[in-house]
Write a protein that binds this ligand. Sequence first.
Ligand code: URA
Length: 230
Amino acid sequence: MRLDKFLAHHLGISRTIVNKELKAKKVTVDGEIIKSGAYQLSPEQLVEYDGYEIIPITQNRYFMLNKPQGYVCSTDDPDHPTILYFIDEPMSEKLHAAGRLDLDTTGLVLLTDDGQWSHRITSPKHHCEKVYQVTVEHPLTDNLIEIFHNGIQLKSEKTLTKPAKLTIIDEYHAELTISEGRYHQVKRMFAAVNNHVTALHRKQIGNIILDVPEGEYRPLTEDEIKSFCK
Ligand code: URA
C-alpha cells in the first residue's frame, strides 16, 4: 500500500495534510524518515508518526461503552454530542453502535465496524436478549409480570411484543429483559400500562455484561465477540 494512503486511513486525515506532514519529516518507516507519499509500504514495516507507532488496522474492532445521558448513538448528529466522543481510537468514525440507546438512556452500547456481527445483535430473527434497569414514576404491581410475559400491544404496532421478563426489585425499580429492539420499546411498554419510565439503564446484551464505569470503554474479549457468532 502507498504510504500516503496508509497514513490518511490510519490518522483520519486528508492526503493533502499527509503530504504536509511527510514534508515536515514527521514520518518514519523502520526508523528512516520518508518524505514521499508514493513510498510502497509492506505489511511488516513499522510506521511512526511524531514518534508514535501506528498500529495497522487489519481486523474488525469490537468495544463496549458505558454511555452517559446526553449522548446520541448515531455517529453524526447536528444537535447533540455522539458516543464517539468517548472513543479514543484511530478511525473511530468507522465504528457504529450495535443497537442504539435513547439520548437519556445510560449503559451498555456495543460498538463495532463489523456489520454482520451487529446484525446478529439487532435483527429480530436472532432474539438477542437485552437487560434493562428501569425506574418508574408510579408504583409497580405484581400483575405486570404476567402482562409483560404475555405481550403488550404498543400504539401503531401490528403485533404484540415478544414475551418479556419483568423482575420487580421494589415499588419503583425493576429489571426488564426483552429480546426485540422496537423503537423506544421499554418506555412504550411501561406507557402502555399507564406508567412512566424516569430512568433507564442497559446492563447486558446477550452474554455481555457491562463492567466499565460511566463514560469509559474497553475492547471486547474473544469470547464476548464469539458469543454472537453462532
Ligand atoms: N427502550 C427504550 O425505550 N429506550 C432505550 O434507549 C432502549 C430501550
